[in-house]
Design a protein around this ligand. Structure first.
Ligand code: G1P
Length: 267
């Protein structure tokens, strides 16, 4: 069985989409955390990142101990004196509201997460607000959601995250929960929830159907506009992380595919 993150969403692997989102946010030092059995496939696909002008390292999570445990796994590969982003490998964002603006003017000590209104909040971490509209808690997949504001899988954490994860206790399903980590920041009054505007899309890819729907979405937009969604090659080139000659090499390495041909068309 391959990793979900390596499955195609229309014309490129799922992981390209969150990777592009990260790069658009200005991130150039990346650590990919995978299960032991899927690490080499990720490394084969993404390499050391130099083809996109970024640095990609790899860490392995030996046991499924939950999302926050990724910080423990990745710490030896990261500069833990710097704040960091976390994006889940199946989170798909697209739209004008992304890029550097979404996490602009972050307060150094604060954790920041993104809220998005959905019809099925019970499948996510859900924001609970008091009567004044203040965020008071994030509930993980509640059966009776207190709002329809889901917390997406794209977060920004201050340096404190690397030691705060050790304060977490496993939930009833035996995992450390990202919502519990965020709740620590809420209790300290240093969590900011930013709302993603309606014009920006956050898609689910967690089920076979949602994965296919995400692919259809990409197909419709790309065919109509002739623009690519979620291409780290294009993002790297547009951000000036790579030269045109590198983009051309990247395109030629996959020229048998529509993806490669679309890259060449950019030049
Ligand atoms: C995880 C988080 C949840 C978050 C979601 C976003 O859930 O636990 O809080 O809302 O990602 O994609 P998962 O999809 O891993 O079950």
């Amino acid at each position: 069985m391959t990793s979900k993150q390596l499955l195609p969403v229309y014309d490129k692997p799922l992981i390209y989409y969150p990777l592009s989102t990260l790069m658009l946010s200005g991130v150039t030092d990346i650590c990919v955390v995978t299960t032991p059995e899927h690490s080499s496939a990720h490394q084969d696909l993404l390499g050391d990142g130099s083809q996109w002008g970024v640095r990609i390292k790899y860490a392995v999570q030996n046991e499924p101990l939950g999302i926050p445990d990724a910080f423990n796994c990745a710490a030896p590969n990261l500069d833990t004196s710097q704040p960091c982003f976390l994006i889940l490998g199946d989170n798909f964002f697209y739209g004008v509201g992304l890029g550097r603006e979404i996490f602009a003017n972050i307060k150094e000590m604060f954790a920041t997460c993104l809220g998005f209104e959905v019809a099925n909040p019970e499948e996510y971490g859900v924001a609970k607000f008091d009567l004044t509209g203040k965020l008071i808690e994030i509930l993980e997949k509640p059966s009776d959601p207190p709002s329809n504001v889901a917390v997406t899988g794209f977060y920004h954490f201050p340096v404190s995250v690397f030691h705060l994860v050790s304060d977490l206790k496993p939930s009833s399903r035996g995992e450390l929960e990202i919502s519990d980590l965020l709740n620590i920041y809420i209790r300290k009054n240093i969590l900011e929830l930013r709302t993603i505007e309606r014009g920006t899309v956050w898609l689910d890819t967690g089920t076979p159907r949602s994965l296919i729907n995400a692919g259809r979405y990409v197909e419709v937009i790309q065919e109509r506009q002739g623009l690519m969604i979620g291409s780290p090659d294009e993002v790297a080139w547009r951000l000036g992380l790579i030269e045109t000659s590198q983009l051309e090499r990247n395109a030629m390495s996959v020229i048998g595919s529509d993806y490669g041909k679309n890259l060449l068309k950019l030049i």
